[in-house]
Design a protein around this ligand. Structure first.
Ligand SMILES: [Zn+2]
Ligand SMILES: [Zn+2]
Length: 177
């Protein structure tokens, strides 16, 4: 099936916005969130495909997606290994033991290459789990931009106490067009 021709980079999220010959220029939030969605397509865990982009001063510092540690077998239908844990409010969640979350992989990539991420923002295709949020707080993330909510009720208190901002940037619907 031939792909729609667009001017510029042809990133997802641009379809349906052209209106005519002129391509509508993406705003910064849409731009970085669209990059996060593109990156999520490299994810390998069957539990979900998440992408993350660390940004400061409108520049990308590092990226990550969820998957197995480098060099280890990726999740697939056979080796996705699920464990259950109970949140203090009683809700039971399931996670994959093989997988490093996208946010942590973005931080790991920055650390590996010696890139400072102090005072950076992060764009994630889903809101962070409580474990990732704790790490995001400690590396000095100021604002978390997310597309789809994921158990947001679990991170309410931590957000309030830490002062980290959580802002929704929805581009997922446009992605599907
Ligand atoms: Zn998995
Ligand atoms: Zn997480």
């Amino acid at each position: 099936m031939p792909e729609e021709q667009v001017t510029g980079c042809g990133c997802p999220g641009m379809k349906g916005e052209t209106g005519g010959k002129e391509t509508v220029r993406l705003g910064w939030h849409e731009y970085f969130m669209s990059v996060a969605h593109l990156i999520s397509r490299r994810a390998t865990c069957t539990r979900g495909h998440i992408g993350a982009v660390l940004v400061r001063d409108n520049s990308i510092l590092s990226t990550g997606y969820n998957g197995a540690p480098a060099g280890l077998p990726h999740c697939n239908e056979i080796n996705c290994r699920i464990y259950r844990s109970t949140h203090p409010d009683g809700t039971v969640e399931e996670n994959c033991v093989n997988t490093i979350h996208a946010e942590i992989n973005a931080i790991a990539q920055a650390a590996k290459h010696g890139v400072s991420i102090k005072d950076a923002d992060i764009y994630i295709t889903a809101s962070p789990c409580i474990h990732c949020l704790k790490v995001l707080i400690n590396v000095g993330i100021r604002t978390i931009y997310y597309d789809k909510p994921y158990k947001i009720e679990h991170i309410d208190e931590l957000l309030r106490l830490s002062g980290v901002r959580l802002v929704q940037v929805s581009v997922a619907e446009k992605e599907k067009e």
